[in-house]
Design a protein around this ligand. Sequence first.
Ligand code: ADP
Ligand code: MG
Length: 244
Amino acid sequence: MADKIIEAKDVSKWYGTFRVLTDINLTVGKGERIVICGPSGSGKSTLIRCFNRLEAHQEGEIIVNGIRLHNRMRNVAEVRKHVGMVFQQFNLFPHMTVLMNCMVGPMWIKGVPEAAARKTALRFLERVRIPEQANKYPVRLSGGQQQRVAIARSLCMEPAVMLFDEPTSSLDPEMVAEVLETMTSLARDGMTMVCVTHEMGFARAVADRVLFMDSGRIVEEGKPQDFFTNPRHERTKLFLSQIL
Ligand code: ADP
Ligand code: MG
């Protein structure tokens, strides 16, 4: 793989005495789209939160965009510049307009001048097809619109990789499609993406690889075609039978 954006080698993590991740090995190449699925509590969120150092791992090695993540690192902010994250709960700043939500990251973290930040913000709000909402506050927007703003806000930082943690799980059903469409179009444009989601239609259409996690381990991984039509492990079969 030419350009590795994320490299995790034998990664383990504990919450106190509870081992939440066990011997995780995963490499994400530039432009790759990975979907992670698995039962609730299997460690999916913890794993991707380790990739932008929202959580610390205790064993093994994680390298993100060339930076090794470890306990004594001083440049966590540098890592987060390169890693966009979209959460289940959109986590927009409620006291800022949609436009400002998209401008503050580049201005405060990257030192981009206001006019340039505004231009970039508008470009990405157009990219997620809601430029007309720019001057509203998040509370005025639907859930689907808020999640698209959250995606635009991340894109404004021009990240090397985007992490999605169940981005459609808290949306009303009629809004799921618009967010998945936005994600699909990002994928088509070549964005490197790691998506925790149970939207298997999205996984089939977009993923290069699908990973199944259970009890803190990657139990199975494969191309969507193989993964869905011919899962090898009983736990994967059971899981798929429950959600499909
Ligand atoms: P998933 O995203 O697959 O549902 P999580 O990564 O959120 O799984 O959680 C994995 C396990 O770790 C769960 O058993 C959860 O209760 C536990 N866990 C998550 N966060 C913490 C925490 N901050 N402290 C202790 N246990 C946690
Ligand atoms: Mg989770």
